[in-house]
Design a protein around this ligand. Structure first.
Ligand SMILES: [Zn+2]
Length: 116
């Protein structure tokens, strides 16, 4: 069965009934907290999104692995190793830098990426 609010699949034994709605634990908590000022959905959504962001993609895991193995690598070399277009690599590097997983340091006038 599914939660009437978020549509999450729930075990019938775990379902909470609130008025006529069958709810999962989280939504049940939400309806029971009238003190919340902000939209609980917005908060839940933001949380879900930030969790997704911290989960590394296969490409990002590869980047981390290569940086671990090499101790630092030029973006062009990294692109060649991963067989990625630079644009796509840039996006992944930006995401990893944002998460403070990697950083760039200048070396001989070029950018070398290494672990944070
Ligand atoms: Zn729910």
């Amino acid at each position: 069965m599914q939660c009437d609010r978020c549509g999450e699949t729930i075990d019938p034994c775990d379902a909470r009934v609130h008025h006529s709605e069958k709810l999962c634990d989280d939504c049940y908590m939400d309806v029971l907290s009238p003190t919340r000022i902000c939209d609980p959905w917005a908060v839940r959504h933001a949380k879900a999104c930030s969790t997704d962001e911290t989960a590394l993609t296969a490409i990002q895991q590869n980047i981390i692995k290569i940086l671990t193995d090499t101790g630092g690598i030029l973006m062009t070399d990294l692109a060649a190793k991963l067989n990625l277009k630079e644009k796509e690599l840039e996006r992944n590097l930006a995401a990893l830098r944002h998460m403070e997983k990697i950083k760039a340091r200048p070396e001989n006038g070029q950018k070398v990426f290494c672990l944070w």
